[in-house]
Ligand binder design. Structure first.
Ligand code: FAD
Length: 447
């Protein structure tokens, strides 16, 4: 295909949707380019803001999390070139770069997925304020907003009420879209090489760091383990659903060690290398073949929690980012103790179960759901710290960091979110006794 000269076209901005399967936002961009008989430029921006410090005094992204995302970006770039397209990578400030791109190409359209978190929404607002033509597409949930049996801004705060409503009579999840069939031609980008030279070179000079993850990890990734990106995501989904693990998920999901106790889908869902609908469809196909049971149901149940935190963001927005969260009562709270927080971060609280978890987190960049609950509860309810500091620490380290699920779970445990019981303290001694009766987890992460 010949490339068009600098006429107006469509810029597709990849965000947390680094895949070509089940991609409604990219599909819309392709349709728009086809309708306008023009080109489509796929863009990924390495956001400078991810290198900034958090207000709590540490970097917002660890080298590990960065490496995981970069693997997904590289995989996407490879896949796009197989479609005679190309992923145009830049590094800098997304709004500035998108503005420069759109202007360069005669006020081109910018299409991207919608992300309902304040920081991510501010980018879109700034693009709109700059009078750019922006189209966002909602796509990261199992259900489409229009398929909910209530107005999306009136989603029930309590998960159980939400679930019961959407499950009645049966939950409506559209089939995932197939992998895109073709890509429109690229524009001529030669003129950009000088205009955005710094940003292009900066992207070129930040290669993927080869990270070697500790073999003790429950999610062993890196050169000799799981890889980021769509190719590995689909291979892992396939492997999981070709085993008998889905039939025992509910019995094992509270495990702490090993790969098999849970699905391990989250690191790919987080970068969008895997679509939630694709995972849902794989569970349904498994059920059709091997029969449904409590365990297969429960995988979907957990994916509904993921959806719920997304809808809650649309409803409550920035309120989920205040220490007081959704509570309207005046709160009596301890002042955040930076000393206690430091002890928690560095695995020096003196509680062996908690310290083991904190070590696992920074060493492997992944944690079981059970340990996440324990570590968060301990920071909030035993150490009296501001839950947002803990959420920021998880954001830095977890390779499956997902803004909705991280913020949502932390707020929930703090008691200022949507927990009908008003906050949850996990007794760490009892938890260690119940979930690590032999002390093998503590032994594994003693150092
Ligand atoms: P599985 O147990 O196999 O569950 C299947 C899928 O269901 C997961 O991949 C995930 O998409 C979804 N899911 C499961 N539990 C939850 C939950 N509690 N909330 C929302 N979705 C869920 N998950 C993230 O993906 N990113 C985060 O940043 C994140 N931060 C968390 C912070 C805290 C304090 C807590 C308590 C939980 C957090 N979770 C987060 C949720 C959960 O711990 C992980 O999704 C899960 O452990 C990932 O492993 P898995 O894919 O094997 O999960």
């Amino acid at each position: 295909m010949s490339s068009h000269h600098s006429s107006a076209g469509v810029i597709y901005w990849f965000r947390n949707d680094l895949r070509l399967h089940d991609q409604p936002a990219l599909q819309s961009a392709i349709e728009l380019a086809t309708k306008l008989q023009t080109w489509l430029l796929p863009v990924y921006i390495h956001d400078d803001a991810l290198e900034a410090q958090t207000p709590w005094g540490f970097a917002r992204t660890s080298p590990q999390r960065n490496a995981w995302t970069q693997m997904a970006v590289q995989d996407l770039a490879r896949q796009l070139s197989a479609f005679n397209s190309q992923l145009f990578q830049l590094k800098g400030k997304p709004v500035e770069i998108l503005q420069a791109l759109s202007h360069h190409f005669q006020e081109s359209w910018i299409v991207c997925e919608d992300i309902a978190a304040p920081y991510e929404q501010a980018y879109i607002q700034q693009l709109k304020d700059a009078k750019l033509k922006v189209q966002t597409v909602w796509q990261s949930t199992l259900m489409r907003p229009a398929d909910l049996p209530f107005d999306v801004r009136k989603v029930p705060d309590q998960f159980t009420t939400f679930r019961q409503l959407i499950e009645r009579p049966t939950i409506l999840v559209q089939d995932p879209l197939p992998v895109i069939a073709s890509m429109p031609a690229l524009p001529d980008i030669s003129g950009l090489q000088t205009k955005l030279k710094t940003q292009i070179e900066a992207a070129d000079s930040s290669p993927v760091q080869a990270i070697s993850i500790d073999p003790r990890s429950a999610f062993p990734w890196g050169p000799s383990g799981f890889k980021g990106g769509e190719t590995s995501a689909l291979a892992h989904l396939d492997q999981y659903c070709n085993s008998s693990l889905p039939s025992t998920y509910k019995l094992t999901r509270n495990g702490l060690m090993g790969v098999d106790y849970s699905t391990k889908w989250s690191p790919w869902l987080a970068t969008g290398a895997l679509s939630a609908r694709q995972a849902w469809a794989a569970v349904k196909a498994y059920e059709a073949m091997h029969g449904a049971n409590d365990s297969t149901y429960w995988i979907g149940f957990e994916l509904l929690w993921r959806d719920h935190f997304r809808w809650l963001h649309l409803k409550h927005g920035h309120q989920l980012y205040r220490r007081q969260g959704l509570s309207t009562q005046p709160q009596v709270r301890k002042a955040h103790s930076s000393e206690n927080f430091e002890a928690w971060c560095t695995a020096k609280t003196g509680h062996p179960f908690i310290d083991a978890g904190m070590r696992e987190l920074t060493t492997t960049s992944y944690l079981s759901n059970r340990m996440r609950q324990n570590l968060a509860s301990y920071l909030i309810h035993d150490l009296g710290c501001d839950w947002r500091a803990g959420a920021a620490w998880f954001e830095t380290h977890l390779i499956d960091f997902d803004v909705y699920s991280n913020q949502g779970n932390w707020l929930y445990l703090s008691g200022c979110g949507t927990d009908p019981r008003g906050g949850r303290r996990f007794n760490p001694d009892k938890q260690a006794k119940d979930y690590d009766p032999e002390g093998s987890y503590r032994a594994l992460w003693r150092h």
